[in-house]
Design a protein around this ligand. Structure first.
Ligand code: XIL
Length: 659
C-alpha cells in the first residue's frame, strides 16, 4: 500500500506557509530581535533560523505526548528526525503491509510546528523484521528493497526534506559491512536504494549516513570513495550524514577538513545524530568540556557553507538512547533530567553567532491516575488471554492482601489481561506500572498491549523485558495511544517461561495539568553550571517571563485555521498574523468550537478549554509578535460527528480576519 493521500499534499502546503511566516519573522531582523532579547531572549531555533541553519532533534511518538518534551522541542529546534518511527520494523512489519501510524505522527508534528522533517531510515541492517532476511533469490531481495524504499519514500513524498536512504553501510576499515543487503546484492544495493528514493520523492535530498565518519579516517574515506563512484555513475546522492555519537573530549580534530572534502564534491553535509556522552556521574569539568565539544562540532559545521544543519539524538536525558545503549554513560544531550539547559546549550547558541539566554524549564505536569487495579476484592475486570487460568488469590500480595494468579500457562504470551480501549484517549501518553513475581523459579516478564485495528493485530511492548523471581518486581513503561484502534488489551507475559505468575497493583497514569514551575533550585543549579562553561557575561541568566498582555485597542489580526483529520480526531494548526501597526506583547487567542471537539494536547501556547470555549495564551518564548509577523500554535483533539470549524477568533479581545 503506497498511501499517498491528499492530506500529505495539503500538509506540504502548510509547511511552506508556516516556514514562510518564520522566515518573515527573521527578515524583520533587527527590529524584532532586540524586543525578543528584552523579553525572553531568542531561542536556539530562532538563532538558527535567522541564519538559515537547521538545529534538530530526533523525535519519538512517545515524546510528542510529553508536555515537557514538547515545551522544549517546540521552541528550541527547527528540524526533527524520525527517531525510530521511519525504520523498517515500524513501517513494513510484514511484507507489503505498510504501517505509517507512528511516522505520520512525527510528520504531523513537524507540519503543525513548521519544522523541517528528516526521514530516517530506508535501508539499514538493524531494526529489520525477520521476514526481510528470509531465504530468497538476489532478484527477489532487490525487489524487497525497492518496494520498501518506494512505499515509504512515496508515502512521505513532498514532506521529507532529507532522507537517510542508506544507514551505516561501512565497516571501520572503510569496506562495506556484510549486511543482508551487501552479501546478497553487492555494492549495487546502495545505488538501487538511492535511485528508487529519487523516483518516489524527487524533492527529498538523499543522504548516506554513518557513525565514526566525522574525522578523516579509513571509514570516512570509504564513504568518500563510495560517493565518487556513485557520482561517476550518475546515481542520485545529495548529502552525507555524520552521526557524531561522540565521547566527551574526543571531537576529531579533522572534522572541519572532513566536512570540506565532502562539500567539495558538491554534497551537503549534516551532523545527524550528535550526542556527547560522559561517564556518569558527570561533573562540572566534564560538562564544561562537553560544552566545548558541542561548540567545536556546531562551529565546524556552521563554518562550511555546504554544512546545513546539526541534529542532536534527542532533547534531554529522558529521551536519550545513551544510558540504555552505553551503560555507565549519559548526560549526552543539551538538556538534563529536569529539561534544564546544560552548559552545552549556550555553547551551541554562541557557535551559531547568537547570545545565549538560559531558557526557563517547562512546567512540571501533575500525574493523574486513569485506572488502578489493586486486586483487593476481586479480578478488577482482568481475565485470561486464552487457555490459562486467572484467579483472585489472597495468599500472596504486593500491597494489601490480594493479587492475581495466572496458572496452567503453556505459552509465554498467556497471562492476565484487561481491555482498556474505553479508558484511553488517542494522542495521550500513559505510564503503565504493575508488580509481578513467579510462583517458583525465575524468568523474564513484561507488560504489553495487544492493539487491534480492524483485522490487523499488533503487539506493543510497554515495559522493558525484566528479570523476575519469587520476590515482587516493578514493571513500568510509557505507552502512547495512537488513534484508530478498534480493541486494546493490556497484559502481562513472559518471554522465556510458562510457570505460574502473580500480578498486583497495576496503575495507568497520564499527565494532568501543570502543578508548578520547576523548583527554582534547579534554575540556579543550571546557572552555576552555565557559569562554569564560561558563558559570555551578556547571557541573561534569569528565566524568561511572559510579557504582560498589551496592544488591546490597536490590535489587528488575521487567523488561518487548518486541520489534519482522521475521522475521530485531528491535529489543528492556527497561524495568527499581527496585522496591526505595532508589536503585540503577550497574547491570548480565543475561539469557540462548533461541535464537541476536545483538546488533549497543545503546543506553541498554553491552551485551556471550558465547554466549547478555548483560550490559548502565548508560551514564554512567543509572547512578542512584531507587526507583520506570525505565530503558530497547534493542538491534538478528538471529536464526534462533523469537525465543523470555529466561526470566529479573537486576539486580546479583538476579532481577527479569517484567511
Ligand atoms: C537508536 C534509537 O535511538 C533507539 O531508540 C533504538 O532502540 C536503536 O536505535 N544510529 C542510528 C539511529 O542511525 O537510528 C540509532 O537510534 C542510534 C545509532
Amino acid at each position: 500500500m503506497n498511501d499517498a493521500r491528499p492530506r500529505w499534499r495539503a500538509r506540504r502546503a502548510r509547511i511552506t506557509g508556516v516556514l514562510a511566516a518564520s522566515v518573515a519573522l527573521a527578515a524583520a531582523g533587527a527590529a524584532v530581535l532586540p524586543a525578543l532579547a528584552a523579553s525572553a531572549g531568542p531561542t536556539l531555533a530562532q538563532v538558527a533560523t535567522a541564519r538559515g541553519f537547521h538545529v534538530g532533534t530526533a523525535a519519538e511518538v512517545n515524546s510528542l505526548a510529553s508536555s515537557q518534551w514538547r515545551y522544549v522541542a517546540d521552541s528550541q529546534f527547527n528540524s526533527v528526525t524520525m527517531g525510530n518511527e521511519g525504520k523498517w520494523d515500524a513501517t513494513e512489519p510484514a511484507q507489503g503491509q505498510f504501517d505509517f501510524a507512528a511516522a505520520d505522527a512525527i510528520a504531523d508534528y513537524t507540519a503543525a510546528t513548521g519544522k523541517r522533517l528528516r526521514g530516517h531510515t530506508l535501508v539499514w541492517h538493524n531494526q529489520l523484521p525477520a521476514w526481510v532476511s528470509a531465504e530468497r533469490t538476489a532478484a527477489e531481495q532487490r525487489q524487497v528493497l525497492i518496494d520498501h524504499v518506494t512505499g515509504v519514500a512515496g508515502h512521505f513524498a513532498g514532506d521529507v526534506a532529507q532522507w537517510d536512504v542508506v544507514n551505516e553501510p561501512f565497516n571501520e576499515d572503510g569496506t562495506l559491512r556484510s549486511s543482508v543487503w551487501y552479501t546478497r546484492l553487492g555494492e549495487d544495493y546502495i545505488a538501487d536504494a538511492l535511485t528508487a528514493a529519487r523516483a518516489a520523492d524527487p524533492a527529498a535530498k538523499l543522504f548516506v549516513n554513518d557513525y565514526n565518519v566525522e574525522g578523516v579516517n579509513a571509514k570516512s574515506t570509504g564513504l568518500y570513495d563510495l560517493v565518487r563512484r556513485l557520482q561517476a555513475r550518475g546515481v542520485p546522492i545529495d548529502g552525507v550524514g555524520l552521526q557524531a555519537h561522540l565521547i566527551v573530549g574526543q571531537v576529531p580534530s579533522s572534522l572541519r577538513q572532513n566536512i570540506e572534502r565532502f562539500t567539495a564534491l558538491g554534497l551537503s553535509v549534516e551532523i545527524t545524530e550528535l550526542d556527547v556522552r560522559i561517564p556518569l556521574p558527570a561533573d562540572a569539568a566534564e560538562l564544561t568540556q562537553q560544552a566545548a565539544d558541542y561548540r567545536a562540532v556546531v562551529g565546524a559545521c556552521a563554518a562550511v557553507a555546504g554544512c546545513t544543519g546539526v541534529t542532536t539524538w534527542g532533547v534531554g536525558e529522558v529521551d536519550s538512547w545513551i544510558p540504555e545503549f552505553f551503560p555507565g554513560y549519559g548526560a549526552a544531550l543539551l538538556f538534563d533530567e529536569q529539561w534544564q539547559a546544560r552548559p552545552a546549550y549556550s555553547a551551541v547558541v554562541e557557535a551559531l553567532g547568537g547570545t545565549a539566554t538560559v531558557p526557563a524549564p517547562p512546567p512540571v505536569p501533575s500525574r493523574a491516575t486513569v485506572a488502578a487495579y489493586p486486586f483487593e476484592t476481586g479480578l478488577d475486570g482482568w481475565g485470561s488471554r486464552g487457555g490459562e487460568t486467572t484467579a483472585h488469590v489472597t495468599t500472596v500480595a504486593h500491597a494489601g492482601t490480594g493479587s492475581v494468579l495466572s496458572s496452567g500457562r503453556t505459552a509465554t504470551w498467556q497471562g492476565p489481561t484487561r481491555p482498556v480501549l474505553d479508558l484511553l484517549t488517542p494522542g495521550k501518553l500513559y505510564t503503565v506500572t504493575g508488580w509481578a513475581r513467579t510462583a517458583s523459579g525465575s524468568g523474564t516478564a513484561r507488560l504489553s498491549m495487544q492493539r487491534q485495528n480492524g483485522t490487523a493485530t499488533r503487539y506493543e511492548n510497554i515495559s522493558a523485558t525484566t528479570a523476575i523471581g519469587t520476590t515482587w518486581t516493578r514493571l513500568s513503561g510509557d505507552y502512547l495511544f495512537l488513534p484508530g484502534a478498534t480493541a486494546l488489551s493490556l497484559y502481562l507475559e513472559t518471554t522465556d517461561t510458562t510457570g505460574d505468575l502473580y500480578l498486583d497493583d497495576v496503575t495507568i497514569e497520564t499527565e494532568g495539568p501543570p502543578v508548578s514551575q520547576s523548583p527554582s533550585a534547579s534554575v540556579s543549579a543550571s546557572v552555576s553550571a552555565s557559569a562554569s562553561a564560561s558563558v559570555s557575561p551578556s547571557a541573561s541568566r534569569s528565566p524568561s517571563v511572559s510579557p504582560s498582555p498589551s496592544g488591546g485597542s490597536g490590535t489587528a489580526c488575521a487567523v488561518r485555521y487548518t486541520t489534519d483529520d482522521w475521522g475521530s480526531g485531528f491535529v489543528g494548526t492556527v497561524t495568527v498574523t499581527n496585522t496591526g501597526p505595532s508589536a503585540v506583547n503577550g497574547w491570548t487567542l480565543r475561539w469557540t468550537f462548533a461541535g464537541d471537539q476536545r483538546v488533549s494536547q497543545a503546543w506553541g501556547a498554553t491552551l485551556t478549554q471550558s465547554g466549547a470555549a478555548v483560550s490559548a495564551a502565548n508560551a514564554t518564548w512567543n509572547g512578542t509578535v512584531a507587526a507583520g509577523a506570525s505565530v503558530t500554535l497547534g493542538f491534538l483533539a478528538g471529536y464526534t460527528g462533523t469537525n465543523a470549524r470555529p466561526a470566529a477568533f479573537t486576539l486580546n479581545g479583538t476579532t481577527c480576519a479569517l484567511t
